[in-house]
Design a protein around this ligand. Structure first.
Ligand code: PEP
Ligand code: MG
Length: 747
């Protein structure tokens, strides 16, 4: 970079800072800035376009184009050169703009006399804010130095916009982070909630993007990077010999922390007049923009490592830690890019809802959110850039929609929905202690699914008869190392204490597939859902299973014990697992421990194969529970985690219901107790249909017990059975339409 560009650029930034500090309105400030830039760059035109909504850019200030066009000229994202700069987040530098690809002539601006065009995206940490343009009459391409200098200016503009320097009349000038925003994500856990944003990782605010003394800023940068390197090396030493995935991330951190290219770019930014933190943020913005473009998974991961590292560096430079002194709102809704299960558990039930920018339906955080019964929306794009701590937010987990800073109409519609839900809750509470007896006199036994100690208080409140599924993997997932036997038996004992004699079905460790323990070597399997998981891991590496069985026997300590093995696909797997229980009992007996007063050992029916096991299996197993989530995905060959297909097949599809009915018949023939414990058991219409085809025990989320019981108590299963049978004979694909019609007819 030439000395001249350096000092010119610093002079310009100095003037911009004065413009920022001056006591003028947003529009006047923008006008002033375009003039300063045009003068400094020696161009006839300088214009600033800002987004008025996600799709539209508006000319907000200009030096050189017709002033009448300000706030009149608009273009859609991708339209014309300006629209293309914004869309791609990339510079366009054209000597002869009218000949450039994508050029669109805007007659009202009077730009026809200008040949050259340089457009720079104005963006901050992946958030697109607008486009900065300079134009000249002469046909010339701008030099690399000029482009670079203007990029630095664009960065300062982005920072000024963030700080609210351009607030004024008109949609494009209304303050950022004040408009209401609707974000569509994906349902992670149903339920609705309203509250105020709590950012898991608070944004670092750079309040001084421009600096006078580049020497001092360089020294600050070097010092902070040195601290960063030392910190990363320390983390590396601490995790030596540990988890491979974590090491990989740390190695990437170290690589970036020592990267000459990264350092050089930041040094150049500083020499042009940026402060050290603004330089870090500028490069972080560039990396984020690139992250949006690349598809390659490895590169994406590395770019996101760089993003994390930049955040650390920013915290070092600004002194703003994770602790900002902000107070958690009374009704917090957690907003994060992603969150680990342990961190989420730490927040616990204080949260009203969780919104994740990334995350997935099957992530550990989602599993914990489900266990905590907190509404969750994942894939909420841009939520962490849009939301500020304290913003009003409404989360519709049923639809996967988030309303940020909602306007009055949305607020009142949403409040109505919540009020209706509250009314329904009151209704459910009134039947809490009544049995789920149908109109035709059939009693259905309702149990709850659990996975955390925190779930147990729901046992009394929900009206559940017991715990039909206790997912033990959560205790393993939320730790950094394998829990010890004593620890587990303590937890299981407390679960049994809390159940006060009600039956608790402990499902042994169901890992693999989507649930990978942080401290176990991940298996690179092409199809993890069909891979080495659950009972398969338990039988191949029996150490953990034995430890868990021992912990369960000791926890029972003379009380009844019920154990269930997940994902049993053939008889032999059940036999071998049961043999492990017998061995554990014999060992505990020999050691002098008190044995359980009774023992029930069951299996989950989650693969179609088990439905066709020999009759002897049905006779030997103490009970069966249909894991509908897995069973359905294998029945239809449709991945339960894949948004594209997971809702494609209806649970009330005639084929699936017929299949379940066959399982019921086989269990009836051998007198084998059968229950259904997948998510569908908690959906009232589905639950009612299962009851109609002979399922007598359902296990579900505690919050579903009320709605399911309420519908069952109003249902006549004899009539429903006939409706299902008619649909089958007619050749309907799903019984849902006729069942819904029938329900409507009854009001
Ligand atoms: C199921 O598959 O239905 C089930 C209950 O187990 P999970 O959802 O834990 O796989
Ligand atoms: Mg399952």
């Amino acid at each position: 970079m030439s000395e001249q560009t350096d000092s010119e650029s610093r002079k310009l930034l100095g003037r911009l800072r004065d413009a920022m500090a001056s006591d003028i309105a947003g529009q006047a400030r923008l006008d002033e800035i375009t003039k300063l830039i045009a003068d400094s760059m020696g161009t006839e035109v300088c214009s600033i376009y800002l987004f008025r909504d996600e799709e539209t850019l508006e000319l907000c200030a200009t030096q050189g184009l017709n002033k009448q066009a300000v706030h009149q000229t608009r273009m859609r994202l991708g339209e014309g050169l300006v629209g293309r700069v914004a869309q791609k987040g990339r510079v366009i530098n054209a000597a002869d703009a009218p000949q450039a690809r994508g050029f669109r002539f805007m007659p009202e601006t009077g730009e026809e006399i200008y040949s050259s065009f340089l457009g720079i995206p104005v963006q901050r940490l992946g958030e697109k804010l607008g486009v900065l343009v300079v134009q000249s009459k002469s046909k010339r391409e701008y030099s690399a130095d000029e482009v670079y200098a203007l990029e630095v200016v664009a960065m300062v503009l982005a920072e000024m916009a963030e700080l609210g320097a351009f607030v004024g009349e008109g949609a494009a000038l209304s303050a950022r982070h004040q408009q209401s925003v609707l974000i569509r994500g994906t349902t992670g856990q149903e339920g609705s909630a309203q509250g105020h944003v709590w950012l898991h990782e608070p944004r670092v605010v750079v309040s001084n993007p421009i600096a006078d003394d580049p020497e001092r800023e360089l020294a600050r940068l070097h010092e902070a990077v040195e601290d960063l390197r030392v910190g990363v090396d320390k983390m590396l030493r601490a995790s030596e010999g540990g988890d491979g995935e974590q090491l990989k991330v740390l190695e990437a951190y170290r690589m970036f922390a020592n990267s000459k290219g990264w350092m050089r770019r930041m040094e150049e930014d500083i020499s042009l007049g940026l402060s050290a933190e603004a330089a870090v943020e500028k490069e972080q913005s560039v990396a984020r923009a690139r992250l949006e473009q690349v598809q390659d998974a490895y590169l994406r991961e590395r770019l996101s490592d760089l993003d994390d590292l930049s955040n650390r560096l920013l915290r070092l430079l600004t002194g703003q830690g994770a602790e900002t002194g902000a107070e958690m709102p009374a009704d917090p809704i957690l907003v994060a890019r992603n969150i680990g299960p342990a961190e989420l558990l730490e927040y616990g039930r204080s949260l009203k809802a969780v919104v994740l920018e990334n995350g997935s339906v099957g992530s550990h955080a989602a599993i914990v959110a489900r266990a905590l019964a907190i509404p969750l929306v994942v894939h909420a794009e841009r939520i962490t850039t849009e939301a500020l701590t304290g913003d009003h937010i409404m989360v519709d987990g049923d639809q996967g929609i988030v309303h940020l800073r909602p306007d009055d109409t949305v607020v009142s519609a949403f409040r109505e929905k919540i009020a209706m839900q509250a009314q329904a809750q009151e209704r459910y509470a009134s039947i809490r202690d009544k049995p789920a007896v149908t109109r035709c006199g059939q009693t259905i036994s309702l149990h709850m699914n659990a996975g955390l100690m925190a779930d147990l208080p729901s046992l009394a409140g929900s009206g559940a008869e017991g715990v039909g599924l206790f997912r033990t993997e959560l205790q393993f997932l939320v730790r950094n190392q394998m829990p010890r036997r004593g620890e587990l038996s303590g937890i299981y004992a407390r679960v049994l204490d809390a159940a006060q004699g009600k039956r608790v079905v402990f499902r042994t460790l169901d890992i693999g597939s989507d649930k990978v323990l942080p401290y176990m070597k991940p298996n690179d399997e092409p199809n993890p859902a069909l891979g080495w998981r659950a009972i398969r891991v338990g039988l191949d590496k029996p150490g953990v299973m034995r430890m868990q069985l021992q912990a369960l026997i000791r926890a029972a300590n003379g009380r009844p014990l019920t154990v269930m093995f997940p994902f049993v696909a053939q008889f032999d797997e059940y036999r071998r697992a049961r043999a492990e229980v017998d061995k554990a009992i014999a060992r505990e007996d020999k050691l002098g421990h008190v044995l359980p007063s009774s023992l029930e050992i069951g299996a989950m029916l989650e693969t179609p194969s088990l439905a066709f096991a020999p009759p002897k299996f049905f006779q030997e197993v103490d009970f069966l529970s249909i894991g509908g989530n897995d069973l359905k995905q294998f029945f239809f060959a449709a991945d339960r985690e894949n948004e594209r297909v997971r809702r494609r097949y209806d649970t009330l599809n005639v084929s699936f219901l017929t299949f379940i009915e066959r399982i019921v018949e086989r269990c009836v023939a051998t007198d084998t107790p059968l229950s259904f414990c997948g998510e569908d058991a908690g959906r009232p219409v589905e639950a009612m249909c299962f009851a109609a085809i002979g399922i007598r025990t359902l296990s579900m989320r505690p919050a579903s017990i009320g709605p399911v019981k309420s519908l069952l108590r109003r249902a006549n299963l004899d009539d429903l059975r006939k409706i299902i049978s008619d649909a089958r004979h007619r050749g309907d694909q799903s019984v849902r339409p006729v069942v819904m019609e029938w329900l409507r007819a009854q009001g």
